[in-house]
Design a binder for this molecule. Structure first.
Ligand SMILES: O=C(O)C(=O)C[C@H](O)C(=O)CO
Ligand SMILES: [Zn+2]
Length: 276
């Protein structure tokens, strides 16, 4: 488990491309049947990935957590971006097709992951935040999520937001999670942009074409920086930072937030005139 310390905005504005990438970019998340985890010190969010075979892979605990089992004091949200897979939680099987989401309760002891078909592996993206109460383990199929249409063709930002774990959906302690799909011909996400000092956020870009890239923008509104991302890379967005991207083609991304307010619309909008 890799640890990422928090960075202040004063420090971030001195970073060159390499330093920005080291602090905020997560590469090689989906590297096979072994978990990849990054522990961020923003709201103690853990960001992980796993591509299991048809043999079940068990979620271990880690020294950094100093817990008897992974979910002893944590909750977990999982979205599958690959072929059909199964998550077994304390003896119950949950089947996830592409873009289905499973919320796992604090206190779940035995969790394992597997692909249903070895020729089309499941690709599990995982987010975990500290939890102080138990909410039921819940499967949400993509078709049952709360759907919000945003943007326009003229602004090249036509997109559909699918909300899974949020105050009016699957209940959690602090985790808020869902995904956004850009319409063909649209390239901008989250522009006009925003910050939310009450919550950090992570973006995981997926379904990005092999020859396409996403230019992800971060930083304080008056000190923006960018990083160039390819398919299945994630980016950590500190609470003080904007988070927005423009792709060379349409793409999709999973967003997840941890912090003290679960209201999706609690955002501090940044006016275009204030961006630098
Ligand atoms: O396309 C968008 O706009 C988003 O998906 C916004 C993210 O969900 C977000 O930043 C929520 O705070
Ligand atoms: Zn946001």
């Amino acid at each position: 488990m890799q640890i990422r310390q928090a960075t202040s905005p004063r420090e971030a504005k001195t970073f060159d491309t390499e330093q920005l990438r080291q602090e905020f970019l997560i590469e090689n998340l989906m590297s096979g049947p072994a978990f990849t985890w990054v522990y961020t010190h923003y709201d103690r969010m853990l960001i992980g990935g796993l591509v299991p075979g048809t043999a079940a892979v068990t979620l271990p605990t880690y020294d950094a957590l100093k817990s008897n089992f992974f979910l002893q004091r944590r909750e977990l949200g999982v979205i599958n971006v690959g072929g059909k897979g199964v998550i077994t939680a304390d003896g119950t099987d949950y089947s996830l097709e592409k873009l289905d989401c499973l919320y796992l309760s604090r206190g779940t002891k035995d969790v394992s992951f597997r692909s249903s078909d070895g020729s089309q592996s499941a690709r599990f993206y995982l987010i975990s935040t500290p939890a102080h109460a138990e909410h039921p383990t819940t499967l949400m199929k993509a078709k049952d999520s709360t759907v919000v249409e945003l943007g326009s063709k003229e602004a090249c930002n036509e997109r559909t937001i699918y909300q899974y774990i949020h105050e009016n959906g699957v209940k959690s302690c602090q985790l808020v999670m869902g995904l956004t799909v850009l319409a063909p011909g649209s390239i901008w996400n989250t522009m006009p942009c925003h910050t939310h000092d009450r919550r950090m956020e992570a973006y995981f870009y997926y379904d990005v074409a092999e020859d396409a890239r996403v230019f992800h923008f971060m930083g304080e509104p008056s000190e923006t920086r960018h990083m160039v991302l390819k398919n299945e890379e994630a980016i950590i967005s500190p609470p003080w930072s904007i988070h927005s991207g423009a792709g060379t083609k349409n793409y999709s991304f999973i967003w997840a937030m941890g912090g003290e307010n679960q209201s999706f619309t609690d955002m501090d909008a940044v006016a275009m005139k204030d961006l630098r």
